[in-house]
Write a protein that binds this ligand. Structure first.
Ligand code: IPE
Ligand code: IPE
Ligand code: MG
Length: 263
């Protein structure tokens, strides 16, 4: 069953965010602040990923989504890009077995065609191996961009309609009849509910082309802490901040109280 959209109905909420999405930023500055090469920060960042995956699992988060490499990160120096790819492969090699043993399903979303064949194969194998796990879903966004995602979903949606129109012998459907759900089902993360809590580390307060469609009603949390320093205690601070907020989804506070009483 598809997840309900926050723009249409009030999603069920729980004390622990069901879906946490993170822009893991600040690796480079963490390293340069220590007179280390930027790549040292990325290495340390992988360790933080391990800690946060575990902490989320323990706290009952069902979906954890991590922005690892954006469509725009190809603009970085070639050396840094190639090191990031190597780190990604090494992390897959090392961590997938452990994730599988802990019941974690791994998904990698983004335009994967630009990665080399070996990496694409590793991603496919990791996804296949963990496909039936249900404890938690960890999604790594790699060569991902929110605009890419919306565009590829539009293309798929139009292709489905065109095929339908052909079968119905040219009775073309009106463009105005497209519904939100018709598009949303083709987004790369259609298998997950929309993020409840969005976290960005590293001090910048922007979305940087992350999940543009799905963040419509997510609670946003920004911290100056660099990603390599983001640990379980930092995660708890973000979750505590989330728990103190009232998510209204366009309604009034009074309506939400009534709705709660009725349910
Ligand atoms: C995030 O850290 C990691 C990636 C974008 C791959 P950065 O590398 O952007 O670190 P800063 O922002 O330069 O400190
Ligand atoms: C966003 O970080 C992307 C990832 C963390 C993968 P960037 O460091 O690339 O974002 P900008 O360039 O500061 O917006
Ligand atoms: Mg950055």
């Amino acid at each position: 069953m598809p997840h309900s959209s926050s723009t249409q109905a009030v999603p069920s909420s729980s004390a622990v965010p069901r879906h946490v999405a993170i822009i893991m930023d600040g690796n480079g500055r963490w390293a340069t602040g220590r007179f280390l090469p930027r790549v040292a920060g990325h290495g340390k960042g992988v360790e933080a990923v391990r800690e946060i995956v575990e902490a989320c699992a323990v706290r009952g988060v069902k979906y954890l989504t991590l922005f690892a490499f954006s469509s725009e990160n190809w603009h970085r120096p070639a050396e840094e890009v190639s090191l990031l790819m190597r780190l990604f492969m090494a992390a897959l090699e090392r961590e997938v077995g452990k994730m599988h043993a802990n019941g974690i399903r791994l998904k990698v979303v983004g335009d994967l065609t630009r990665f080399d064949d070996k990496l694409q194969q590793m991603i496919e194998d990791a996804q296949r191996k963990t496909a039936n796990n249900t404890a938690m879903t960890v999604t790594v966004c790699a060569n991902y961009g929110g605009r890419w995602d919306v565009m590829q979903a539009v293309q798929k949606m139009l292709a489905v309609r065109a095929a339908g129109d052909e079968r119905a012998a040219g009775s073309r459907q009106d463009a105005a009849s497209f519904k939100e759900d018709e598009l949303a089902q083709h987004l790369a993360m259609a298998y997950a509910p929309e993020p409840d809590l969005f976290i960005r580390t590293g001090g910048e307060q922007r979305i940087s082309n992350f999940l543009l469609w799905q963040l419509a009603y997510s609670e946003l949390y920004f911290t100056d802490t660099y990603w390599p320093d983001f640990d379980a205690a930092e995660l708890d601070k973000a979750i505590t901040s989330y728990q103190q907020r009232e998510r209204r989804f366009g309604r009034t506070s009074e309506q939400l109280i009534e709705q709660k009483k009725a349910s």
